[in-house]
Design a protein around this ligand. Sequence first.
Ligand code: SF4
Length: 324
Amino acid sequence: MKRILSGMRPTGKLHLGHYTGALENWIALQHDFENYHLVADWHVLTTSLNTSSVYEDTIDMVIDWLAAGLDPIKSPMFRQSRVKEHTELHLILSMLITVNRLERNPTVKDQIRDLNIENITYGHLGYPVLQAADILLYKGDFVPVGEDQVPHIEIARELARRFNQTFGPVFPEPEPKLTQFSRLVGLDGNAKMSKSLGNALLLSDDPETVKLKLRKAVTDPQKMRKGDPGRPEICLVFSYHRKYNQDECQEISADCKSGKLGCVDCKLRCASRISEFLDPIIERRKHYEANKDEVISILCHGEECARKVAQKTMDEVHNLIGMG
Ligand code: SF4
């Protein structure tokens, strides 16, 4: 069975953007592939030295993974920092890539611009190498990613080739598996849904919170009141209808355009469909919140499984580089 490696930084409670951009895909893939799901906690350090919430954020994120439907039996879930081989392989791979190559990485260039970073650290510049170690350690065949992460998979492929040519064949070249649904737009119309931007709908939001948040969502600015003709094609609330209320999309589109439907009612309908979708997730979340020991033992079990695979790979690596 082909193997998939996927991971997320521990960001705490997840939002719908995480779900449509990654989690939904992971859940669908878990039936057809051998999956390894990584909590990328070392990666937090690449952009912030404040690690005070990493533990709680890890638990919150893993609860959302479980609540959303990832099966821990099918898919080991583990913390990167608990499997020491990640840092070891990262060190070895970092000798096989130049600083110039890493500086040409468009994703890091974008981050430098977006986060206004004046002096990038060695660790941040090299985080695609750590990511490559995360993937290659498990000999991942595929990595589910969004378009913006494709350059990182290219770096992992280059590193696999470089290692294989220099020392001997160990690593398959991983391929990106592009997610099917594009990013969900934030409630403020920002292209990215993000907790730090305050424009996110969390997987754990109860119906009242979803309603309140959607009430503030931006819509077509030309539709001031019920009766005005609207343009659903540019309205973000309609993009949520497309995702969570497909059956009513045609009717909503027609009624928006004719003015029959007002934005207040349209948002209420959208909120109720989203809450219907979130209901079972919230129910399962309650179980894990009340049983955090179960979450820890799922992680510990996942770490044992991951360690076995990682140690086997590193035995091959040690032998090939003459340090067996
Ligand atoms: S009626 Fe709905 S789709 Fe039309 S502009 Fe208002 S919120 Fe958007």
